[in-house]
Design a protein around this ligand. Structure first.
Ligand code: NAD
Length: 325
């Protein structure tokens, strides 16, 4: 087992969250159990899953094997999942969480998020699971639901009382939605998960969260890369961050890879990261991103690449979000 030190972020309820973990979006079902098991062997403790990723059962198998072999205990892991848009009605929340826990083979989540601030019409899991964005599963219709975010948050708070989630969070909320939530929340979210990379630095939202005691996790830390994987044409209009001269120069100076520099830029901004990779070499690289420091100037130079561009764009809700052919 590799001994890489990962800092812990103290959440507003006193829980500790590793600052670096593994994202499970697009991790193939066929390899997911092995990827999770290998990641635990490499020292990963935090796993960022979701109903929508369609691989929670397999991820749970990787966890179970690691626990069975004595590599780790459940309490040393930080397992995350998310509420899909089709389950926002308050009465749907607990049943779907119980199903997701069953898929993982565990009895609580360390953190459970509202995945998107978007309510879609309910889809019975026995009909289609995960439901995805499309009501018919055939990339035709995205059908709005009627749940309000306030109602859904109440049901999220109840998960804590029921012992099904130790911490609860929100994802893809902007500043206005966070402020609205703060007006009614009995439990202030422990974490906000947002897209965050040098092309989308989100400084005001980070500052709002800092003031309100909400930790921030950044996703798609490599900017366009994740969306190139999906074949989204518009991602090709952006200079890949891995070969951007500013990032490459910093990487060469520190003897690190551009990926490590991008992750360190995140973690030095106080943001937690969950890069996705299935390769052992990259898993290693991505975990070792707090053992060197970028200078203030380097941080500024990278932040100056900001162009406010969001690849995972909520403005596209209601039209085929991932219809990028
Ligand atoms: P990412 O930024 O982690 O990029 C993944 C891509 O980078 C893949 O092509 C991978 O092979 C490549 N990569 C990984 N490590 C590398 C390395 N060291 N060198 C070179 N290439 C490398 O993208 P992501 O998957 O979009 O985001 C990470 C995680 O965030 C997801 O897996 C998921 O858990 C979470 N996420 C959440 C939301 C949300 O709506 N809350 C949205 C997107 C992603």
């Amino acid at each position: 087992m590799v001994n890489i030190q990962v800092p812990t972020i103290k959440l507003n309820n006193g829980a500790g969250m590793p600052q670096v973990g593994l994202g499970l979006w697009k991790v193939d079902k066929g390899t997911c159990a092995d990827v999770v098991y290998n990641a635990i062997k490499e020292g990963y403790r935090l796993f960022d899953g979701a109903c929508d990723y369609g691989n929670e059962t397999e991820a749970g198998q990787g966890v179970a094997r690691a626990i069975k072999e004595g590599l780790v205990t459940r309490s040393e892991l930080f397992i995350i999942s998310k509420l899909w848009n089709s389950f926002h009605d308050a009465e749907r929340v607990e049943p779907i969480v119980r199903k997701q826990l069953g898929d993982w083979g565990i009895d609580y989540f360390d953190l459970y998020y509202i995945h998107f601030p978007v309510s879609l019409q309910y889809v019975d899991p026995s009909v289609r699971y995960p439901p995805g964005w499309y009501m018919d599963g055939a990339r035709k219709e995205v059908v709005r639901g009627k749940a309000t975010l306030q109602g859904t948050w109440g049901a999220m708070e109840a998960l804590v009382g029921a012992g099904l989630a130790k911490s609860i969070g929100i994802s893809n909320y902007n500043g206005a939605l966070v402020l609205d939530l703060l007006a009614y929340a009995r439990i202030v979210p422990q974490v906000l998960q947002i897209e965050h990379h040098p092309y989308l630095t989100q400084a005001p939202l980070l500052e709002l969260c800092r003031r309100e005691g909400i930790a921030v996790t950044g996703y798609s830390s490599f900017g366009p890369q994740s969306f190139l994987d999906l074949g989204m044409k518009f991602a090709e209009d952006f200079q890949a961050l891995f070969s951007h001269p500013v990032v490459v120069a910093v990487a060469e100076k520190h003897g690190r890879t551009p990926a490590q520099v991008l992750l360190r830029w995140n973690t030095q901004r106080g943001v937690a990261v969950i890069p996705k990779s299935s390769s052992l070499e990259r898993l290693r690289q991505n975990l070792d991103v707090c053992s060197f420091d970028l200078s203030e100037q380097e941080l500024k130079d990278i932040s100056a690449l900001d162009c406010g561009f969001r690849f995972n764009n909520p403005l596209n809700y209601g039209i085929p979000v991932y219809n990028f052919v």
